[in-house]
Design a protein around this ligand. Structure first.
Ligand SMILES: [Zn+2]
Length: 416
């Protein structure tokens, strides 16, 4: 491979992925807008026209913002790589007074800061533009800013030592450094799993034990029936930020906790809560979570092996607009993580397909262990509360959606 051939490959993949993204968004917006004034027949009795219109408008607004963000991200990526931005940052950090690793950490922090700043207006527009306009937002500007600062702090506390460890391994662990790096990466994932429910999540939300009552009794009976051990049922004050509802598991092994958003418990009846939890339980019992983690582990090993090869290839640096810097592993690391999403974008439909298959299986598990009818009622309420469109463009949905469209999911449950 030569530098110019790789540059052509990179620009080609970037152009095709951006064009594909824009074309899918254009189709999606058109498809949803054209069906705005009629509730699909299967939902005529379940969803009212104003709610259907709201979902259409919400979907169009979010898709348009997503397009603007994709354009901005592409512009920054081009500026950093072929535009010479990263090359300038590398030259600038080369003259810093501190030694090898310090310069690379500084460089990584600078690029993280740049991509963070680019994403900020979009995150702000999403929360205080779209979410406010559609009546979902409950967060204040002060809380939003505090969340942002906490996120940066956590990112620095966890991310910088990880980056330092990776850089050290790249430099000191010999040609098979990527295997060591992979071991460290997996250990880091377990650390995150352990820290998330106990240390990280409580920084953002309050967790209280689920109050006694009908919902708790139903949920406990379901867990006993399915032989599921857990370390407690919690309610999270999701209503502080948004009216969207959810339920999830955190932690691993015997330290698993089940968390319900307060907004979910407010909206659903006990049998609907049971059905939603049965779906989540299905993901565990059918080993979806484990399978996903194994896939992630396999992919990260392959990517690290790829990085090891690329870091030793001068054309990789030159093709992305940076002079080869074998003594600065941070440069290869950054270029790799900047360029990788351009190529992995084309795998998105496969990942979505895999995930949607798991959703159907979890729905079926819920239908068997709780009730298909309750799950349908819960899904209709959740789709309505989230203003999720009932009429996505099929191609857009096949490419991007990790969850099947409501109509397809409910049609399957109706016969289950
Ligand atoms: Zn699911």
């Amino acid at each position: 491979m030569t530098a110019s051939a790789f540059a052509v490959l990179f620009v080609g993949a970037l152009a095709v992925s951006l064009a594909l993204r824009l074309w899918l968004a254009y189709r999606h917006v058109g498809h949803v807008a054209a069906r705005r004034d009629a509730v699909p027949a299967a939902f005529a009795e379940r969803i009212a026209l104003p709610a259907h219109r709201k979902a259409a408008d919400y979907t169009v607004a979010r898709t348009r913002l997503g397009v603007a963000e994709a354009l901005a991200e592409t512009a920054v990526l081009v500026a950093l790589t072929l535009g010479g931005g990263l090359a300038a940052l590398v030259a600038w950090t080369d003259i810093l007074p501190f030694g090898g690793m310090g310069r690379d950490l500084f460089l990584i922090a600078a690029v993280a800061l740049i991509s963070g700043v680019v994403g900020l207006p979009f995150s702000y527009a999403q929360t205080f533009g779209i979410e406010v306009r559609f009546g979902f937002n409950r967060t204040t500007r002060a809380l939003w800013l505090t969340d942002l600062l906490k996120g940066i702090l956590i990112g620095a506390v966890l991310g910088l030592p990880l980056a330092a460890l990776m850089l050290w391994l790249m430099r000191a662990a010999g040609p098979l450094w990527w295997i060591w790096a992979w071991t460290a990466w997996i250990a880091f994932q377990f650390l995150l799993l352990a820290l998330y429910p106990t240390v990280i999540a409580p920084l953002f939300n309050r967790f209280s034990p689920m109050p006694a009552g009908a919902a708790r009794d139903t949920v406990e009976a379901l867990l006993a029936r399915c032989g599921f051990a857990n370390r407690g049922l919690y309610v999270m004050d999701g209503s502080r930020r948004s009216s969207h509802g959810n339920a999830f598991f955190t932690g691993f092994g015997r330290a698993k906790r089940i968390v319900f958003f307060d907004t979910l418990l407010e909206r659903l009846t006990p049998d609907e809560v049971e059905a939603v939890l049965a779906h989540e339980l299905g993901h565990f019992k059918l080993k979806h979570v484990l399978k996903r983690m194994l896939w992630m582990a396999a992919f990260s090993l392959a990517f690290l092996a790829l990085l090891a090869w690329l870091a030793a290839s001068p054309w990789f640096y030159e093709g992305l607009g940076v002079p080869p810097a074998p003594d600065r592993p941070g440069v290869a690391l950054l270029l790799f993580f900047l360029a990788l999403p351009v190529f992995t974008f084309f795998l998105a439909p496969l990942s979505s397909l895999y995930s949607r298959r798991h959703e159907f299986e979890a729905d079926l598990f819920a239908a068997k262990n709780a009730s298909a009818r309750s799950l349908v009622r819960a899904l209709v309420k959740l789709y309505e509360d989230d203003a999720a469109t009932l009429t996505p463009d099929p191609l857009y949905s096949a490419f991007h959606d990790s969850h099947p469209p409501a109509a397809v999911r409910i049609a399957r449950l109706d016969v289950a």
